[in-house]
Design a protein. Structure first.
Length: 156
């Protein structure tokens, strides 16, 4: 009995490790996927990037006030840098679309959602995660830059 349980646990662990490695290498492709039946999800993303490790990335210039949703003050990040982070391999764009009116994939269409958002809401979602989105995908200035890009989508 112990041998069977040990084999089952070992097999499960190996299976999980293989899945993680495959996802890390090949990423996720959600083209053609549907989120029907999931209802309204919070902002959710997936990223293979690691959160900023230290606050050593001190800004060398005044932060941009970026776009901004209709509900709040401007963002304190750089929307150009935020777009780079958003579209980086295995990050936000793997789960979110940013073309107004486009069908949502894993997470909601952020171009359609942007007018109802503010920087604090986006930063809270990035920090805490929710739904399919893990917590802490970005932090510090990177999170502010991504928020500025998302808010700039309201102006499309």
């Amino acid at each position: 009995m112990i041998k069977v349980l040990t084999a089952a646990v070992l097999g499960t662990i190996i299976g999980v490790v293989v899945m993680v490695v495959v996802i890390a290498i090949y990423g996720t492709d959600t083209s053609g996927a549907s989120s029907q039946g999931l209802g309204s999800l919070p902002i959710s993303t997936y990223s293979t990037s690691t959160p900023a490790s230290t606050p050593s990335s001190t800004p060398t210039s005044t932060p941009s006030t970026g776009g901004g949703g209709s509900t709040g003050g401007g963002a304190t990040g750089d929307p150009v840098k935020g777009k780079e982070l958003f579209n980086g391999a295995g990050t936000c764009s793997g789960c979110h679309v940013v073309e107004p009116g486009a069908a949502a994939t894993v997470g909601p269409n952020l171009a359609d959602l942007a007018p109802s958002l503010d920087e604090a809401t986006i930063l809270t979602q990035i920090e805490n995660g929710g739904g399919a989105m893990p917590a802490g995908l970005l932090s510090g200035q990177d999170a502010k830059d991504a928020a500025a890009y998302i808010l700039s989508l309201a102006n499309q």
